[in-house]
Design a protein around this ligand. Structure first.
Ligand code: SF4
Length: 425
């Protein structure tokens, strides 16, 4: 069962539409492994980023016994194991299944659900969208048709604070005061009852698939549908028995990732460059509420500390383990792709080259133009080039602005602190 598996075929063109790609969906999963330069890679979907203590320990065991001893966090709050041997056979899948991390083999790659990681902990959001994430995951795994979704199709569930609403979800749920939610798909938005929100999200996914079938262009994501393609979200809601009223886009708070430190009764920390070793991972345990939330900013939230002193004590332990616990750390907002030596496409060891620094914008170091795992919204792109240097580009408001300076560190800092673009291309 555990092997590099063939991709899902691309669908056939329909109505004369040309396919937007000529290959199937080879997105890695926990069972469909990807062959990288440093061995096989497994990507485990964690809806809402949620892990119990037992599941977190199972992942630590998998990392130390079967992989290279590290756990990488993705920009969707999932976990990757790298350096897996060809002969690890069914051991990984058995270990994950035994911990309840593979509720359905058929659905494992479509459980792409990001939810506000502080939901229900600090009194800021309008609903506990972590509960919605669990319900939506159950619905996804129970439906026969959902394995047709691409491994890239994303649900984002925002509790109203605005932290995950901008992360590029195909289907969004935004909790509102008064017990309602806005479900969004492309430019369409409907208000539904909060208790029906997970069912509404599933219905939205079915509306996308119906539109993709009609378009016949092999779209994996909403943004890949042909311009002007009709999407019947209202009809899909009705078909699912969800009452919805067409509204404008839902309003959200200012958002942003949780700061490191103690927030409400929770501890929030980040993984340097998105990767931790097994010892660092185990420093997150035990979990007072049996919950670890992996965040799409490559961090962790541990809810449920009864008193401030206990939370601060854990924070000190995590700081000692090398996790980012200080809101003033120059490594906050600095990310990097895998780069050399793990990725054959990389032109540089970007993780070794990445430099700390300050600035309001996140920065991402990439070994090639694919820019795997880059941030959404405004960000600074540091791209390795064939001549052994890096190109720095500011991505802001849909424009790209090249940035130059005396030294690379100075250039990156200038870009991260730039608020207004001076040129576009
Ligand atoms: S951005 Fe390029 S070099 Fe980096 S991990 Fe992705 S494919 Fe590899």
């Amino acid at each position: 069962m555990l092997a590099a598996m063939p991709p899902t075929p691309a669908s056939s063109p329909n109505k004369g539409e040309s396919l937007i790609r000529d290959r199937g969906d080879a997105c890695p999963g926990a069972l469909r492994l990807h062959r990288a330069d440093d061995g096989l890679l497994a990507r485990l979907r964690l809806p809402g980023g949620l892990l119990t203590g037992r599941q977190a320990e199972a992942l630590a065991l998998a990392a130390e016994r079967l992989a290279d001893g590290n756990l990488s966090i993705t920009s969707r709050g999932n976990v990757e194991l790298r350096g897996l041997g060809d002969a690890c056979g069914g051991e990984l899948s058995a270990l994950l299944a035994d911990a309840g991390l593979l509720p359905s083999e058929r659905h494992e790659r479509v459980r792409n659900v990001v939810a506000s990681p502080l939901a229900g902990t600090d009194g800021i959001g309008h609903a506990d969208v972590q509960l919605w994430a669990r319900e939506l995951d159950g619905l996804l795994c129970a439906a026969d048709w959902t394995p047709r979704l691409s491994g890239r199709f994303l649900f984002t569930l925002d509790d109203g604070r605005g932290d995950v609403a901008g992360l590029g979800g195909d289907v969004t749920l935004i909790a509102e005061s008064g017990g309602t939610a806005v479900v969004g798909l492309g430019g369409l938005t409907y208000r539904v009852a909060g208790r029906a929100a997970p069912r509404a999200a599933l219905a939205a996914a079915s509306a996308f698939l119906a539109a993709a079938d009609t378009a016949g262009n092999g779209a994996w994501r909403v943004g890949e549908l042909p311009a002007g393609q009709t999407v019947d979200l209202g009809g899909a809601l009705e078909g699912a028995g969800v009452e919805g009223v067409r509204v404008g886009p839902g309003g959200v708070g200012p958002g942003g990732p949780p700061s490191p430190g103690v927030v409400g009764g929770a501890v929030s920390v980040l993984a340097p460059l998105g990767r931790v070793g097994v010892a660092q991972w185990r420093a997150l345990l035990p979990l007072p509420a049996d919950e670890l939330r992996v965040t799409p900013w490559r961090g962790f939230v541990i809810p449920g500390f009864g008193d401030d002193a206990a939370a601060r004590e854990r924070l000190a332990v995590l700081s000692g383990a090398g996790l980012l616990t200080d809101p003033g750390s120059p490594w906050l907002g600095v990310g990097a792709c895998t780069g050399r030596p793990g990725c054959a496409k990389s032109l540089a060891d970007v993780r070794a080259d990445a430099v700390p620094g300050h600035g309001s914008l996140p920065v991402h170091w990439s070994g090639c133009e694919r820019r795997c795992g880059h941030p959404h919204g405004d960000w600074v792109d540091v791209l390795a080039t064939r001549d052994g240097s890096y190109e720095v580009t500011l991505h802001t408001g849909g424009s790209t602005v090249p940035v130059t300076g005396e030294t690379l560190t100075e250039t990156v800092t200038t870009a991260r602190t730039t608020t207004k673009p001076t040129a576009t291309r």
